[in-house]
Design a protein around this ligand. Structure first.
Ligand code: ZN
Length: 358
């Protein structure tokens, strides 16, 4: 045997040296980086063990398996030593962190403020929740509408003066932004046989902008159709709804009104929630009158009525068989009264001091 010749015995010796050295150096590694250096030095592409493994090719065919076994055992031993030390380093680092500078957990946090539901959504959910509990289900429709669903099918033909009451945003191609949620009634009736009870919440658009009007606002449309549905059902549902929103002792008044798509129609007033129906304000304020109801003691709260037979005819319901009622509720109006807010624009601003209160 000449010096430098690869023999089984020399390879085994070399492997054992590598193992001994690696185990010692792994145990001594001070941190994760030092441990990684040990790993690369032994098992890396140019590592000592890798080199030996390559040298196995020079062995006699019969000796190769035995050398391979030793090499595998050494590799396993080195892996184990590395793993043991890795865990020890991790534990030590955690202990150091826990034992480090103490954190005063009673100090106020400086983290991100938590998000919350927008006040309009809170009120919208509450209103819809009441109708769901009364047996209504939710219906939806598009915000971009056509003339037929927004006007024509609701008994508002092209030359009808009611069109002027709803300053409409028109879009190219004869389409428009819906001015009320009533088109959802039409769409629902066209696709459903009576009886039905739906509420349709959603955004509507009108060319209007002041402290009590916004170009975009929200309505909840309600519709109940069946055999023998009468104005008494309408009164019962809306009285129950208003009592649940504003309290059981609420005064409610149904006042004759006009809408093209209902007949008879009514506007519903409630006793003013600010002055409790007395009409008087704080001494000195607005000459002693309540500013919210302007001293009348009443607030207009919603519009409603029995569905016009012409609307039924347009959707294919027989007005001789079916009757029904519909109502439209302004969500902002109710939210402003409930939350005592006097400027509708606050809902659409981004003032967190306002929004975070609710
Ligand atoms: Zn009042």
């Amino acid at each position: 045997m000449t010096a430098g010749t690869v023999t089984l015995a020399s390879i085994e010796r070399e492997l054992e040296d590598i193992e001994r050295d690696a185990v010692v150096r792994a145990a001594e590694a001070a941190d994760a980086a030092a441990l990684e250096a040990v790993r690369v030095g032994v098992l890396g592409k140019k590592g000592s063990l890798t080199k030996v493994l390559r040298g196995l090719a020079g062995l006699d065919g019969g000796e190769r398996p035995q050398a391979g076994q030793v090499a595998n055992r050494v590799k396993k031993a080195v892996d184990e030593a590395l793993a043991v030390r890795r865990e020890a380093i991790g534990t030590a680092r955690l202990a150091a962190r826990l034992g480090g500078p103490q954190v005063d957990v009673t100090l106020p946090a400086s983290g991100q403020p938590t998000g919350h539901v927008h006040p309009l959504s809170v009120v919208m959910d509450e209103l819809c929740g009441i109708f769901l509990s009364l047996g209504f289900s939710i219906a939806e429709g598009p915000e971009v509408e056509d003339d037929f669903h927004n006007f024509e099918a609701l008994n508002i033909p092209a030359d009808h003066p009611a069109r002027d009451m709803q300053d409409t945003f028109f879009i190219e191609g004869g389409r428009l932004l819906r001015t009320h949620t009533s088109p959802v009634q039409v769409r629902t009736m066209k696709g459903t046989e009576p009886p039905l009870m739906i509420v349709a919440p959603g955004a509507v658009y009108r060319h209007d902008d002041d402290v009590t009007h916004s170009p975009m606002f929200h309505q909840i449309e309600g519709l109940m159709v069946g055999r023998g549905v009468t104005f008494r059902n309408l009164k019962a549902v809306l009285t129950e709804f208003l009592a649940r929103i504003f309290g059981p002792d609420l005064a409610v008044k149904f006042r004759p009104s006009y809408f093209p798509f209902t007949e008879p129609s009514a506007e519903v007033d409630i006793g003013c929630v600010m002055c409790r129906g007395t009409g008087s304000g704080d001494a000195g304020a607005d000459a002693g009158r309540c500013k919210v109801c302007k001293g009348t003691g009443w607030l207009e709260i919603l519009g409603c009525g029995m569905v016009h037979p012409k609307v039924f005819a347009d959707v294919g319901y027989d007005p001789e068989v079916y009757t029904g009622f519909a109502f439209g509720i302004g969500v902002e109006r109710i939210a402003m009264l409930k939350l005592r807010i006097d400027d509708i624009r606050l809902f659409y601003g981004h003032d967190m001091r306002f929004l975070a209160q609710f």
